[in-house]
Design a binder for this molecule. Sequence first.
Ligand code: IPE
Ligand code: IPE
Ligand code: MG
Length: 231
Amino acid sequence: MPTQPQHIAVIMDGNGRWATSRGLKRSEGHREGTETIDRLLDHLLKIKIPYVSLYAFSTENWRRPKAEITAIFNLLNEFIVKKLEKMVANGVRIVTSGDLSRLPRKSRDLLADAMQRTAKGKKLTANFCLNYGARDELHRAAAAWATTSAGKSLKVPTEKQFKKLLWQPNLPEIDLLVRTAGEQRLSNFMLYQAAYAELWFTEKTWPEFSAADVDAAVAEFMRRKRKFGGL
Ligand code: IPE
Ligand code: IPE
Ligand code: MG
């Protein structure tokens, strides 16, 4: 029996296109996108998938207009304020990947509180990737490795030692990586952790993404034969 994916990663794309095609402001698309996150978490709890990584803001997204960046972080703040109690009640644990120090103060404070309040959640770990870039993560890991061996001659880290230096070393490997809105690229997401992930793409934008789409992705995942280089 093929097993369900344990860890799904999602590149939540197409908020802007969803909005502009309806004559709305891009920020309306981001707002609708936070509702999709809420629905996704509910559904993952229901079908018992224990880990999800959500690409919410990349190291490249700072290139966007300031007003859009502000809108995105305000919506993140609103999402936390509105949904935290529910997440605690449902056994969701919030963790993050990315250097949060560049985030607005308010977002950092709310995230710190949310991580603390949900720390005992056992049903679903939701890894919010914020100011996340895979290259940044790997450069930091390399720098951290060099620092720990300061003065001594630098040894090649084992895979186990190296993984410990990534943002979330205790999450399992990504089994299934989903990207919405028709784009088929990784955009600097999880280059290490998704090394053997199955990839699944949909034309639907992130605000349109539904529980049925999660089911379709999982069903397709379970039909695939994973070989990991073997026969
Ligand atoms: C994804 O939607 C959200 C973020 C990257 C923060 P986009 O804002 O990229 O939407 P499109 O790709 O412009 O439609
Ligand atoms: C990737 O989407 C980043 C997030 C979903 C947070 P982008 O819309 O930023 O990616 P590109 O620019 O199309 O590669
Ligand atoms: Mg996009």
